[in-house]
Structures are given as structure tokens and as C-alpha cells.
Write a protein that binds this ligand. Structure first.
Ligand code: NAP
Length: 234
């Protein structure tokens, strides 16, 4: 039996891409799942699945409450939901700016607010944010995405100081390009070709499982990794 067998995780943005791959990888490890996204699917897994827009605190409260009602506990939060829009700063629409801050940053904060009391009650738990290399380095034409991801990383890194002594491990997962719908975002004018040579969502999920399966006496703070097709300047 693996160390994750019987644990319970809530994952946001679980309907596709990295969130869905993390859900499948944790399911394979015997983790029970509460899955949230605006479309709300269960991926065919034995999971609690709820429509959950991370911009709405009440949606997260309900996802966490329903997961605990069903499985009796909560051990892991994976704050994954995220959106990106790119281009010269003045060409970003107000709607795109607001959505990136609301989903990537505020969504992570709302998710932690909903899950943390349960983790503290157990005296043990894991909070992982699927951040980005864009949470560690600035890139041209990613100003507001960078801001949202730097904010997400800063939030999680600060929580690490606050929560370590209470048994909660806080981890920032910071991949480079991952072959998902996100990477094909129209704002970057990308075609399917760009996906070649990117990381796969499953590779990111492997890193999540690696972090979660470290002995509880250690924690992964921030892990940054990129495909071999990307240089390391960013
Ligand atoms: P994706 O394939 O576009 O999936 C995004 C997920 O987030 C979907 O499940 C979507 O589900 C959900 N979502 C979007 N807005 C939401 C909202 N308001 N409330 C709840 N769920 C919402 O993207 P991905 O590549 O898997 O990205 C996942 C995370 O990885 C993001 O935080 C992203 O910043 C980060 N990341 C991605 C890359 C990359 O190159 N792909 C690289 C580094 C980091 P619904 O549409 O059903 O709500």
C-alpha cells in the first residue's frame, strides 16, 4: 500500500489539462477525490465532482464540505485552476486582466481559505499550487499573468512559514510549457505544432505525486522544471 492510499484530495480546475492528469495520477495512488471546475465533470473516476468557479468562495466551501461529507476527511489541496492571456500590456482587455487576477491569485487564496481549517484540524496536510515558471521569472508580454503567478507563489511561500510548525507542507509546482489547451491560447497565436516537445500534463502530475510522497519530515518548497526544448533563461 502506497503512502497516499486512503488520503483525500480536493483539486480545482480538474476538468482537463494538468488538473485532470493530477486527478488520474492521485486516483491511481488510491487517493479519494473532490474535483472542481466550472464544467464539473468527474473524469469517470469515483470522485465527488462539483461545478466550482474558484472566483466564488461559496463554490469552494461547498466542494470542500461535500468532499469531507463523502470521504470523512481532507488531506491535500491542489490549487490548479488557472487562465492566461498574453500580449502587450495595453492590449490586454480589462476582462482578461480581471480574470487572471481573480482565478490565478484570488482563486488560490479562496481555495486555501476553504481547505485550510480542515487540514489544521488534522494537524497534517499538503497544499500545492500549480504555479508556473512565470511565478519565478518575468517574461515579455506576460505582465498580468506574471503578476498573478508571482502573487500565487508569494502567497504559498509565505504560508509555508506560517504553517510548517502545524504540520502543513506548502509546495509551488512551477512547470514551463505544458501541452494543454492553455498552451494553445489564441492570444499567443499558437498552433498545435507548438505542443511538440512540451511537457505533458502527466509529467507535471508525476512531480505532484513526487512531492506528496516525500517522507513527512521533509517538504518540497518550489520545484521548477522545463522541457528540453525550452532554454533556461526564464
Ligand atoms: P487548461 O488545460 O486550460 O485547464 C484549465 C483548468 O482550469 C480547466 O479544468 C478549467 O475548467 C479550469 N478553470 C478555468 N477557469 C476556472 C475557474 N474560474 N474556476 C474553476 N476552474 C477553472 O490549463 P492547464 O495547462 O491544465 O493549466 C492548469 C494550471 O497550470 C494553471 O494554473 C496554469 O497557469 C498552470 N500552468 C500551465 C502551463 C501550460 O503551459 N499549460 C505552464 C505552467 C503552469 P473549466 O473550464 O471547466 O472551469
Amino acid at each position: 500500500m502506497g503512502v497516499l492510499e486512503g488520503k483525500v484530495a480536493v483539486i480545482t480546475g480538474a476538468s482537463r489539462g494538468i488538473g485532470a492528469a493530477v486527478a488520474r495520477a492521485l486516483d491511481a495512488e488510491g487517493v479519494k477525490l473532490g474535483l472542481g471546475s466550472r464544467s464539473g465533470g468527474d473524469l469517470g473516476l469515483n470522485a465527488v465532482a462539483r461545478r466550482c468557479d474558484v472566483r466564488k468562495r461559496e463554490d469552494l466551501d461547498r466542494l470542500v464540505a461535500d468532499t469531507i461529507d463523502t470521504f470523512g476527511r481532507l488531506d491535500i489541496l491542489v490549487a490548479n485552476a488557472g487562465v492566461g492571456a498574453y500580449g502587450p500590456f495595453l492590449e490586454l482587455t480589462e476582462a482578461h486582466v480581471q480574470e487572471m487576477i481573480d482565478v490565478n491569485l484570488m482563486g488560490t487564496i479562496h481555495s486555501v481559505r476553504a481547505a485550510l481549517p480542515q487540514l489544521l484540524e488534522r494537524g497534517e496536510g499538503d497544499i500545492l499550487a500549480i504555479a508556473s515558471v512565470a511565478g519565478l521569472r518575468a517574461f515579455p508580454h506576460e505582465s498580468v499573468y506574471n503578476a498573478s503567478k508571482f502573487g500565487q507563489v508569494g502567497f504559498i511561500r509565505s504560508l509555508d512559514h506560517e504553517l510548517r510548525e502545524q504540520g502543513i507542507r506548502c509546495t509551488c509546482i512551477c512547470p514551463g510549457g505544458v501541452a494543454t489547451d492553455f498552451a494553445l491560447d489564441d492570444d499567443r497565436g499558437r498552433s498545435e505544432d507548438v505542443l511538440t516537445g512540451m511537457l505533458t500534463p502527466e509529467e507535471v502530475a508525476d512531480v505532484v505525486v513526487f512531492a506528496l510522497t516525500r517522507p513527512r519530515g521533509m517538504r518540497i518548497l518550489t520545484t521548477s522544471f522545463r522541457p528540453m526544448t525550452e532554454d533556461s533563461w526564464g
